[in-house]
Structures are given as C-alpha cells and as structure tokens.
Design a protein. Structure first.
Length: 482
C-alpha cells in the first residue's frame, strides 16, 4: 500500500535531543478477561437448522422459518442501527420468529460459556473492552468462513457481489491466513488525534504538523490552564491509535509490519524509540491532564469535551460516544498524528483507518445462513446510510454518504482519508493478538511510560519481551503480513 517519501532514516533530527528518565513502577489496572479456553471442536449442543432453498431473493439459502439470535455490543454505536436492520430481516422472512436481539457490554463473559458449550448465537458484534480474542477464535476454528456472504449478490445491485461493495481494506482485515474471510468489520474507523476546532481558534492556533509545533501549542495551552493531552488512562491501548501511525511516519510502514509479524527486535527500531521519547516528553513537560492515568475512556472524553485538554487519541466512534457531553459549538475534528520532523519517511497526512466493529458468525451457530443474511442486509446502501445518520460514522459499505449532511467530525474524517491517499496504515496487532496489544503493550508498557512510571527505554524493553514471548508461544496461532 502506498509509497514512501525519499527521506532517509539517518539523522533522526530532534530524536537525539529527547532524552528523559523516570522511576519504574506498577500500574493498578484490573486485567481484562480474554477468550483463552475456547473449545476447539464441535461441543455438541443443538443442531444447525436445515438450510433453506437458494433463490434470487434468498441467495444464501436461509431457512425461512428458523429463529435468528443476534448479540450486539452496546457501546459507542449503540444498538438501534442493528435493530432497524433486523426489522428488514423479519420483513424478508415473515414466517420466522421475531429476531432475538441481545445487547450487552459483557461480550466475552456472556458468550465464552456458550462457545464452549457449542450453543453460540447466530451473529455477534464482537467489540468493546470484553472483546473475544479473534486470533484465538480463528485459530480454534470457532468462526464460520464468510466467503459465501462475500460472493453473494449485494442487496442494491444483484450483478455486484457483496465483496465489491466494500471500502478498501475491509475484506482483507477479515482474513487472517489465506483467502477465508472470518470477520466482517462493519464500521469504517478513522483513528487519530481528535480535537475541537473551536478550542484551537480560541488559542489562535492551527493543528500542529510536526512535534516541535505540537509541544509549542501544548505550552501555549498550559499557560491558559488547559492541558495539551488526555487519554483513556485505565485503557491506555487507546494511545496506539495515534502512536502507531506516528511510528510509521517516522520509520515507514515496514516498521509496523515487523511489529505485527512479531519479528525479533522490531520494537528496538529507531522509529519506535523516537516516537516513545516524543510522547514521553508530553508527560515530562506536564502537558498531560492531571489524573489522566486513572480515567476511563468516557471520563477522559468528558474532560476533553469540557475543554480541559486539547487533544485525545481515539477512533471515529468518539463523536457518538461523547455526544452527551459535547457542546454544540465544539466543532469536533480528527487529524493525522503530527509528524516528528523533516526526516520522516511518510508525509504528515499518513493516518490509521480500517474496518471497525467486528461481526462474526460462530461455526456452531444454529442458523449461520441467517447470520450472514443479516450482514448482507446491513451492507445495503439504505442500512449503511441509517448507520451513518444514527452514529455519525462511516460504514464498510463504499458509499452511503450521498445526500447526507456530515458533521464536522465526519467531514474531517472523510477529508483526512482523501488527504492520506495511499498513505493509510492498518496495524493488525489489535485483532491478531488481543492480549498482547491490550494488557501487555497497552497497559503494562505504554501505560506505564505515559504515567511516568517507566522510561521509554524501559517500556520498549518490556514490550519487546512481551512480543518475543508471544512469538514463542506455541499455544496461539501466529499470523504474518502476506
């Protein structure tokens, strides 16, 4: 994907000047549960329903009288968009019982026992803090291959396959090793640094494109009693939403690929060191909102929308999730992370954007055709527009914004994607190795550093050890960029 600039890696500019130290400590964040004990084979339970007749109107062969159970993560996107699509399913299959709709934030704790017992629901929105580890699910053969859905005719144009209606990169994200598609990422998420245009205007400032400008703006804000940054301190794996593309800008996308591939010494790359030292400088100079390490994602977003901090690393779901506390004149925007300096390998516009909100159909689902059909309905233009209007986010459907008035946040996301062009990165750690990404890299590594309890060198050393252990762990399936 994309091209790199002609800048070379030698002389990393201001990298050598950023040298700091701090005491090493321990962060008191509760560890999250992960799907570590999935049954790997057919565990019995209720049998699948008999497949229905394949017709033009029913290309996946849904049993027209079979029940359908859908579990939705009730988070930043809510659940109404799914309920609306379920109504269309019921209209298409009037002989079937009303769709059983379940909304929860406890995805893993509620559904792991059902996976283990061989009685999972038919469609799951596997998202949130209790997201089931999809690398484990794929490795244990717990998911249905969604290739039949990808090859089915789309709702809007029977001459066009569903796969041909998706935004770039969405289908590939659902592939882990070869051609099978295990996950349908329904939202299209723009990750980056979020800010209020109104807040910048009050400071007579523009979004900073390099790190010296970022530090200068944070210093200016500090004099006004405003912090430069805040983040989800209890869930510091939000920080990579801006930190990973920052690393790619400095050293090129190949640095992120090596990290994803769990290659030896990948975290020792000079680009990683430079990025960590730059972020650590935010802590050392007092540009992080006081108390941030103890904040949840909601609390940090609330401090941000109150105007107590200028910047927050996040994904495009934040507009909907933070809506209750966002002032009408906030002018929410997203931008790519600032670059480091003129020696960066990739241009300022480089950003992380990819499929989000992963939907899965369990291999042992009783009505797997129904689960796929529900996704086919959701990937129609009408359902996509409904999703965008309701939750202020793009969907995986490549379109669905025509005729819609976009908010400043959504428009800035669209503009950022246009500016990035081919310079869109898509780190895979968060879906290949969930525990490594969240608990170890996020909480024990980056979180410790940003709280001032580890130096960049200490954090990198610890993270490299975690990555090396994961690479050697034969109990988990390993993935690599093809």
């Amino acid at each position: 994907m994309g091209s790199t600039s002609a800048h070379k890696n030698e002389g990393l500019g201001r990298r050598d000047v950023i040298k700091r130290s701090a005491a090493l400590g321990l962060i008191s964040v509760p560890a999250m549960g992960f799907l570590s004990a999935c049954a790997s084979g057919d565990s019995g339970g209720d049998k699948k329903v008999e497949k229905g007749k394949v017709t033009k109107a029913n290309p996946l062969g849904v049993n027209e009288t079979a029940p359908l159970e859908v579990v939705i993560f009730d988070g930043g996107f809510g659940q109404q968009y799914a309920i609306d699509a379920e109504k269309k399913y019921s209209a298409a299959f009037p002989k079937a019982p009303k769709v059983k709709h379940v909304a929860t934030q406890k995805i893993q704790s509620q559904l792991q026992p059902r996976f283990n017992g061989g009685t999972p629901p038919d469609l799951i929105d596997n998202s949130g803090a209790e997201q089931m580890d999809m690398g484990v699910l794929v490795g244990k053969k717990q998911l249905l291959d969604l290739t039949p859905l990808m090859d089915a005719p789309s709702i809007d144009d029977p001459n066009k396959k569903v796969r041909d209606t998706l935004r770039p990169g969405v289908l590939e994200m659902g592939q882990f090793d070869g051609d099978p598609v295990w996950i349908m990422y329904y939202a299209y998420t723009v990750y980056g640094v979020w800010y209020s245009q109104t807040a910048l205007e009050k400071l007579d400032a523009e979004y900073p494109e390099d790190w010296d400008a970022m530090l200068a703006l944070c210093a200016k804000a500090k004099k006004k009693g405003i912090a430069g940054w805040t983040y989800a301190g209890k869930y510091p794996y939000y920080l990579p939403f801006s930190l990973y593309p920052f690393i790619a800008k400095i050293g090129g996308r190949e640095v992120l690929d090596k990290i994803d591939n769990l290659e030896p010494n990948a975290w020792q790359d000079p680009a990683v060191k430079a990025a960590f030292e730059a972020y650590y400088e935010l802590y050392k100079k007092g540009y992080i909102l006081k108390g941030t390490p103890g904040l949840t994602h909601i609390q940090s977003q609330t401090e941000w929308t109150k105007g107590n901090a200028l910047f927050i690393p996040n994904g495009s779901w934040v507009e909907n999730e933070a809506a209750p506390t966002t002032p009408k004149d906030f002018k929410m925007m997203v931008a790519p992370p600032s670059g480091l300096d003129s020696s960066d390998k990739l241009p300022f516009g480089t950003i992380w954007a990819s499929g989000g909100e992963p939907f899965i159909v369990p291999a042992n689902a009783k009505n797997p055709q129904g689960g796929m059909e529900q996704l086919r309905i959701m990937l129609s233009e009408e359902s996509s527009k409904n999703f965008t209007k309701q939750v202020k986010s793009l969907s995986a459907f490549n379109g669905g914004t025509d005729g819609l008035t976009l908010s400043t946040a959504m428009q800035s996301g669209v503009d950022s994607l246009k500016k990035a062009g081919d310079n869109v990165v898509n780190p895979r750690l968060q879906d290949w190795y969930v525990k490594l990404q969240k608990e170890q890299i996020g909480v024990a590594g980056i979180g410790e550093m940003m709280a001032g309890r580890a130096t960049p060198a200490e954090a990198i050393k610890k993270i490299q050890a975690f990555a090396d252990a994961a690479a050697k762990d034969q109990s988990i399936k390993h993935y690599k960029h093809q």
